[in-house]
Design a protein around this ligand. Structure first.
Ligand SMILES: NC(=O)c1ccc[n+]([C@@H]2O[C@H](COP(=O)([O-])OP(=O)(O)OC[C@H]3O[C@@H](n4cnc5c(N)ncnc54)[C@H](O)[C@@H]3O)[C@@H](O)[C@H]2O)c1
Length: 266
């Protein structure tokens, strides 16, 4: 990794994607980092313009042959990350992974690869610092309430419901309140599905429409009071402070660190 005098060199994998574009911008603007290369499967003509002199590759192997970076940031798809990771870790670069969709076994295997090469890595299902804090704050509140609803709203193109973040919130709330939450079951249900999903008594509602990006609201209820915690994502720049934090911290880690909360020290 870099010292005080040399910037951290970073390759972005998935650089033409919606998040990858933001990572290219953020790394280019960070005074302690150098964008060593951008990689995506799309031809360069279809990729966004890069800062002068930054090479673009459609194959990670060519980027690594050109120069081994300190860190490879990956926002692509799991099926592309899995063959890419042994190449970059084997070459001595540390992965910072935002891509979602890995199985538990695959996460274990990535950890094993990092340890085999005595390198650190970071995998965070959510790089938005506010969303990570929402999970922590919800876990603090959970033991004090018997009712809880999670309402999540996303753009109309989202393929899954509920969101991975909503499920992660439900798990964090359940871990902090292991007994099932109270949940009303209607005596009559003229329209099915209106009570939402049920995760250990935690109700989850998912709304989808244009004009939204990613919004998560947790409302706890008890006699005479409710407590509402809410996080709104309105731009993919929201992930960048978390990504830059991981790039700066990964050099001091060994093995794969899962979750930004660990790096935030919370
Ligand atoms: N961890 C987080 O905070 C967070 C936030 C947003 C999105 N994500 C995840 O990040 C990933 C990317 O999201 P996105 O919205 O930018 O998607 P996207 O589809 O806009 O971008 C993905 C990019 O990966 C590229 N790609 C696909 N296969 C490739 C390959 N074999 N080699 C190189 N490049 C390849 C695509 O061409 C595309 O440019 C998804 O898995 C998404 O779920 C994570």
């Amino acid at each position: 990794m870099s010292t005080n005098s040399s910037p951290i060199s970073v390759v972005v994998h998935g650089a033409a994607g919606r998040v990858g574009i933001e990572v290219v911008r953020a790394v280019s603007a960070a005074p302690d980092m150098t964008l060593a290369a951008a990689v995506d499967r799309v031809p360069q003509t279809d990729a966004p313009a890069l800062p002068d002199g930054v090479p673009y590759y459609t194959d990670i192997r060519h980027a690594i042959e050109h120069a081994v970076p300190d860190v490879v940031v990956d926002f692509s798809v799991a099926s592309a990350s899995l063959p890419m990771l042994p190449i970059v870790i084997g070459a001595g670069a540390r992965p910072v992974i935002g891509t979602t969709g890995f199985s538990d076994q695959q996460v274990e295997d990535i950890d094993g690869l990092c340890r085999e090469h005595h390198l650190g890595g970071v995998l965070a299902p959510n790089f938005a610092i506010g969303a990570v804090l929402l999970g922590k704050l919800a876990a603090i509140a959970a033991p004090y309430f018997d009712y809880v609803d999670i309402a999540e709203e996303h753009h109309e193109a989202k393929i899954d419901a509920p969101s991975g973040t909503a499920l992660g919130l439900a798990r964090a709330i359940h871990d902090a309140h292991p007994e099932r939450f109270s949940r009303n079951t209607p005596e009559r249900e003229p329209l099915t599905g209106t009570r939402g999903g049920d995760f250990e008594g935690i109700t989850i509602h998912s709304a989808r429409m244009p004009g939204r990006m990613a919004h998560h609201q947790v409302t706890f209820g008890g006699p005479g009071q409710t407590l509402t915690l809410r996080h709104d994502t309105i731009d993919r720049q929201c992930y960048m402070p978390g990504v830059l934090l991981a790039i700066r911290k990964v050099g001091g880690l060994e093995g794969l660190t899962v979750g930004l909360d660990v790096l935030m020290g919370i």
